[in-house]
Design a protein around this ligand. Sequence first.
Ligand code: ATP
Length: 238
Amino acid sequence: MSLNVANLSAYYGQSRVLWDLSLTAPRGGVVGVLGRNGAGKTTLLRSIAGLHRHVTGSVIANDVQICGWRADQVARQGVTLSREGGRLPGSLTVYDNLMLGRRLALGRGKPPRDLADVWKWFPLLEPLAGRAAALLSGGQRQALVLAVAFISNPTVLLLDEPSAGLAPPVARDLFSTIRELANHGLTVLVVEQAPAWLVGVADDCYLLEVGKVVDHGSLERLMHGIEHDINKARPVVS
Ligand code: ATP
């Protein structure tokens, strides 16, 4: 299923921060959203996910117009937002967090993914099933954030800075899992400050500046234009 955003504008009070923004993420595609601090990337994801509702325009997910819907309604439509840094209930175990994701699927009348599937996609989590989320490392927590989203069986996954705080090998594994999930039909819209991680992962990218799409195309082409920023943010890839 796909995601189609057209002429989306978002406001905080009187202040407009997204300006007639349009983008498309096809089924099974990974689409990157790049841009400096304050460009509007998080607001874009929050607006799609129904967490920010002072918006106008069109957001079509799985052929349904969801612009302005509440977050729970958007989630029921199969659109899940995974937030930066893994904000999960820290006192709950890995297993219990996964059960929350499972309940989200059931709440929207969809069969959740099997737990066996979760362990297959995220093998590092199985031995940690009984551990409190607060005691996980950054990489384990980010894998759990993704796994909770995965078990809820979304059709569109919105990811906000999945590489944040991760050691390079951990981030590399996470992005290859994201790519594989897309290869199996998931639609992914991913916001990244460190675009080098999206090489070989993103099919298509949008560059935001001050709430507007200023460029769109292959990551390689966009990276050329923002080389200066990338060099500042480039992770060390061995
Ligand atoms: P970052 O990479 O730093 O997270 P971003 O690209 O995600 O930045 P946003 O967080 O979406 O950008 O912010 C876009 C604009 O909206 C910025 O000018 C920011 O100051 C403003 N903004 C964000 N949240 C609020 C808020 N709650 N109230 C008022 N303005 C806000």
